[in-house]
Design a protein around this ligand. Structure first.
Ligand code: FE2
Length: 237
């Protein structure tokens, strides 16, 4: 199925609702960043309207971030893998296959960024923010002591990542929740690490709304947007 890249807001919302409804019924299924199992990939629909995260993140930021940056990663990847032995692989498998291969850095960057951004949109919810409940809360308490200590560690990771990158809540090989940060396009997924949430700290994620105040963006992300239901689904998958 090919999804229009720039459809009407109503169509995008309907597609997002359909995807969300499908996802809600399959709690044990791992996150899939693309509707396509192989190239050509298309830009997946946002799970909400472009203005739904305001005022924490404006529709202008989402429009550029999703419609320009995320779209460019998808388009670039399609061109890079066309006619190669990577064309039959999923986003996840492409990123895992070429990570660390200097000759395929462009393929890795675009595949990883296509996956990271799809994961990022799902890591936020217009009605999100604050502390988790249920199993995720238990696992947070087990790993960090309490939610406040987790929040501080995640905030520190997101605000101290030098330059462009990502802050993640992930599951360590010892099955313990951990906060990690990655630079540029790098992603724990490509190392076989299960991810639960991510916050994009590239400047394009917040500069139009917050200029250089990354800390204000990260605070808003944690307090107004973080999607613990999505994290719970990843944990259960
Ligand atoms: Fe981004």
């Amino acid at each position: 199925m090919t999804i229009p890249l720039i459809g009407s807001p109503t169509r995008r919302r309907l597609l997002g609702m359909t995807l969300s409804a499908a996802a809600a019924g399959v709690l044990a299924r791992p996150f899939i960043a693309s509707a396509q199992g192989a190239a050509p990939f298309s830009l997946p629909p946002l799970p909400y309207d472009e203005g739904a995260l305001a005022p924490a993140i404006s529709s202008t930021t989402i429009g550029v971030h999703y419609g320009k940056h995320h779209k460019a990663y998808v388009d670039n990847l399609n061109k890079l893998v066309e006619g190669t032995d990577l064309a039959g692989k999923s986003l996840e498998d492409i990123a895992k296959a070429v990570r660390g291969d200097a000759g395929k850095a462009g393929v890795f960057n675009n595949a990883a960024q296509a996956w990271n951004h799809a994961f990022y949109w799902n890591s936020m919810n217009p009605k999100g923010g604050g502390a988790p409940t249920g199993t995720v809360a238990d696992r947070i308490n087990e790993a960090f002591g309490d939610y406040g200590k987790f929040r501080q560690e995640f905030f520190t990771a997101a605000t101290t990542q030098f330059g462009s990158g990502w802050a993640w809540l992930a599951v360590s090989p010892e099955k313990k929740l951990q906060v990690v940060k990655t630079s540029n396009a790098d992603t724990p997924m490509a190392q076989g690490i299960k991810c639960l949430l991510t916050c994009d700290v590239w400047e394009h994620a917040y500069y139009l709304d917050y200029q250089n105040r990354r800390a204000d963006y990260v605070n808003a992300w944690l307090d107004k947007l973080v999607n613990w239901e999505f994290a719970a689904k990843q944990l259960a998958s």
